[in-house]
Write a protein that binds this ligand. Structure first.
Ligand SMILES: *Cc1c(COP(=O)(O)O)cnc(C)c1O
Ligand code: SF4
Length: 343
């Protein structure tokens, strides 16, 4: 579904909001797959799945500090399709289209446009850039959503990286197992096979995204020997409370997805209604520490506006003299003499 009229027809938005939704859709890409639509409860105006994908007039309101290029990709893009910020790894963006468009997307000014497919020539240049830099150990294929590419195109990209000796790890970032799980087919999985180590990072923000179809897609990927990690964006009204976050992290681990990053929401235009403050994120993680298996703990990170990369934003448990335990009690560390205090 891509238009307000289709959303109104499915009773996902009220007909009196068609004007508002039309204005948003002129500005930002809109798409929902039938699978994602099936996860939304149309009777719940605050449904956490609906909130992520249904356009909303608040997207046209800018807040101070919001940036078209919130994490500074442009300044680090030496050739089309490459973002090279860190010495040992690059992003490769062969496709700027997605199966669904997340309303809080950090690349919302770039995704869903007409010129979203990297041409053969540009892809060859991007691969040549990687081949020419022996420091590049890992290639993160992202977008958009690279797993929307036809298997033959994916095969071509993986073969191109296969031929570059210094590239050891290929990581795909995708929402396909959540948004369109049936697309995780045998031919798609075959197209990713490589002698390099292939990882997949799955973007997932709510436990209900990991229903039976998504779980089956994850099982197919795991069965092919691909390790899965989870990326989550901290979003107001979706997962900004400890119970929702705990359910999500447990659902990931049960599905063999190791929670990797909890991203603080970026300063993308018109996303103020999704952003929490850092203290909220830290409080959620504090609640989970010790109460939830260590396998479930992601690192809470902020991508520093301006292109300076990601940094962990806590919470910090050690303050230089004492350390906090999982129940909130503080203990001296290093211990005081032979008599470590516990008060
Ligand atoms: C996020 C990002 C990466 C990957 O960072 P990791 O911390 O390794 O997950 C690499 N390059 C760029 C430009 C990024 O924004
Ligand atoms: S899947 Fe990723 S790139 Fe695509 S709209 Fe969502 S956040 Fe943006």
């Amino acid at each position: 579904m891509r238009t307000g009229a289709q959303l109104a027809e499915a009773e996902l938005i009220a007909p009196d909001r068609l004007g508002e939704i039309g204005r948003v859709a002129e500005r930002y890409a809109v798409a929902l797959t039938p699978h994602v639509v099936s996860l939304i409860d149309p009777r719940d105006a605050g449904d956490p799945i609906g909130r992520q994908f249904l356009p909303d007039g608040r997207e046209l309101v800018s807040e101070p500090g919001e940036l078209d290029d919130p994490i500074g990709d442009k300044a680090h893009s030496p050739v089309k399709g490459i973002v090279h910020r860190y010495p040992d790894r690059v992003l490769l963006t062969p496709l700027l289209h997605c199966p669904v468009y997340c309303r809080y997307c950090f690349r919302r000014e770039r995704v869903g446009g007409e010129d979203g497919v990297l041409s053969d020539g540009a892809l060859a240049e991007a691969l040549a850039y990687i081949a020419g830099r022996p420091n590049i150990w890992e290639v993160v294929i992202t977008g958009g959503d690279p797993l929307m590419l036809p298997p033959a195109r994916l095969r071509h990209i993986v073969d191109g990286l296969e031929a570059i000796g210094h590239v050891r790890v290929i990581r795909f970032h995708t929402r396909i197992p959540i948004a369109e799980p049936e697309r995780v087919s045998a031919s798609l999985i075959d197209s990713l096979a490589s002698t390099k180590t292939v990882w997949i990072a799955i973007h997932c923000n709510h436990a209900r995204e990991l229903g039976e179809a998504a779980a089956a897609a994850c099982r197919r990927l795991s069965a092919a020997g691909i390790p899965l990690v989870g990326q989550t964006v901290l979003l107001k009204g979706v997962n900004d409370d400890p119970a929702a976050m705990e359910a999500l992290l447990r659902a990931m681990v049960v599905n063999r997805i190791k929670p990797y990053y909890l991203h603080h929401a970026d300063m993308a235009p018109g996303t103020g209604h999704f952003r929490t403050d850092i203290a909220t994120g830290q409080a959620i993680l504090r609640q989970l520490r010790g109460r939830v298996s260590g396998l479930c703990q992601p690192a809470y990170v902020l991508d520093i506006p301006g292109g300076f990369g990601k940094s962990p934003v806590g919470p910090a448990y050690w303050d230089g003299g004492t350390i906090e335990d999982w129940q909130g009690r503080r203990h001296d560390y290093p211990p005081n003499g032979s008599d470590p205090t516990c008060n």
